[in-house]
Write a new protein. Structure first.
Length: 405
């Protein structure tokens, strides 16, 4: 008589504590779902998310344990801190203490602490990781990080220590890699790219017959940062070269915002009535469904962390006008799928618009040929697989507190 083999018990996967000021929750003001898309694809791991929002008055603070939401435990925390990073270290120490108390009370022992910014809550995450012995993951979002590095030079020794202690540093902003390493001395061997996830990635892109429309999509309350005034001015400056083509502005603003009137004023000031149109919100699914029929996606942003609309356009087969040295720059090396321009250079933006319209068929063919490369670099499957590999490496048995070095 043979005895039954003992059942194998699957090993528990490492618990990940995410700390983010850019994670939606029912209490905070609306924010991007970029971090949420990554967390959504990691629900086979135990995860705790502390979704943060800075509040401006001490009596506005809150801590709400929302329980299990979509396969992860979600904490909504409004924490008090002064604006503009004043006293940043002190406020982040208080935040770290609050998170540590929660972990201790709930007997939660994370193996990974992942801050989705390096500065601000990245300081608190560093403190939590040191206190718990967890491996520290830090994401770099260039828009905010470079601003803090510039305005807070006295914090540089702290930031260098944080970078040294991190098991992994993930560049959401590939364009800021050199600048970050210059300021922090981060070891390139422990850095990786981690692009934001887009939902329409595909390894093959079908050809589409475009309408004569140049499209820009944005929140109107960010119109200056997205370069909309420069784009409208450039569209007008292109003159007869863009006759017969329209500029569609897709986006909205809060009901009490003056931004709609401002956009209409910009259109009128450049004599573009009837050629430039504020379309208002269309919903994300409808936007993606209509995007392949756009001739060009143009968004010459200033200090853009990533810009998910750029890969959305590329996976729709649409050439892009983007800002060099920001946004998606750094992910498109070796590919001729659009034109990078200098932010604020109206003449350069106008020239790029004309070239993308004139040579549109060639750019669209180049995008279709580059589809496998774009998919390998930017697909959710690839992003998540690489992230999982870094979790495995960082939590493998190792000597010393900083795992994965």
């Amino acid at each position: 008589m043979t005895s039954a083999a003992p059942a194998t018990i699957p090993a528990r996967k490492p618990l990940i504590l995410h700390i983010s000021s850019d994670y939606p929750n029912p209490i905070r003001t609306p924010t991007t779902n970029a971090v949420e898309r990554l967390v959504d694809r990691m629900t086979d791991h135990p995860q705790v998310v502390v979704s943060l929002q800075r509040v401006g008055l001490p009596w506005q603070t809150y801590w709400r344990d929302l329980g299990m939401v979509g396969g992860r435990r979600l904490i909504a925390h409004g924490y008090f801190a002064l604006p503009l990073g004043v006293g940043m270290l002190a406020w982040q120490w208080r935040l770290a203490r609050r998170i540590r108390r929660f972990l201790a009370a709930e007997r939660i022992a994370p193996e990974i602490v992942h801050s989705h910014r390096f500065t601000f809550e990245g300081i608190a995450a560093w403190m939590v990781a040191r206190a718990t012995g967890a491996a520290l993951f830090q994401s770099v979002r260039g828009e905010v990080e470079q601003k803090v590095f510039r305005l807070k030079p006295t914090y540089r020794p702290l930031f260098r220590r944080m970078a040294r202690d991190a098991a992994r540093i993930f560049y959401v902003s590939a364009w800021y890699r050199a600048g970050f390493e210059r300021h922090t001395g981060a070891d390139p061997a422990r850095t990786r790219l981690l692009p934001n996830i887009v939902l329409n990635a595909r390894p093959e892109i079908a050809p589409a017959l475009p309408d004569p429309r140049i499209v820009v999509a944005l929140r109107l309350d960010a119109l200056d940062r997205k370069g909309l005034p420069d784009l409208i001015a450039a569209f007008a400056a292109a003159g007869p070269a863009l006759d017969g083509f329209s500029l569609d502005i897709v986006g909205d603003a809060p009901a009490d915002s003056p931004d709609r009137d401002r956009v209409h004023g910009l259109i009128a000031a450049h004599g573009l009535e009837g050629r430039a149109h504020l379309r208002g919100p269309v919903g994300h699914e409808n936007f993606l469904a209509d995007l392949p029929r756009a001739l060009v996606l143009a968004m010459p942003s200033r200090d853009e962390t990533f810009g998910m609309v750029y890969p959305e356009a590329l996976f729709s087969g649409v050439p892009i006008l983007y800002a060099a040295g920001t946004g998606i720059d750094g992910y498109l090396d070796g590919l001729e799928v659009g034109i990078g321009v200098r932010p604020g250079d109206v003449a350069g933006i106008a020239d790029a618009l004309v070239r993308l319209v004139r040579d549109n068929a060639r750019y669209r063919a180049a995008i279709r040929a580059a589809a496998p490369t774009l998919f390998e670099r930017l697909s959710p499957e690839g992003v998540v697989a690489r992230y999982r590999a870094e979790i495995d490496a960082a939590t493998a048995p190792a000597t010393g507190r900083r795992r994965g070095a």
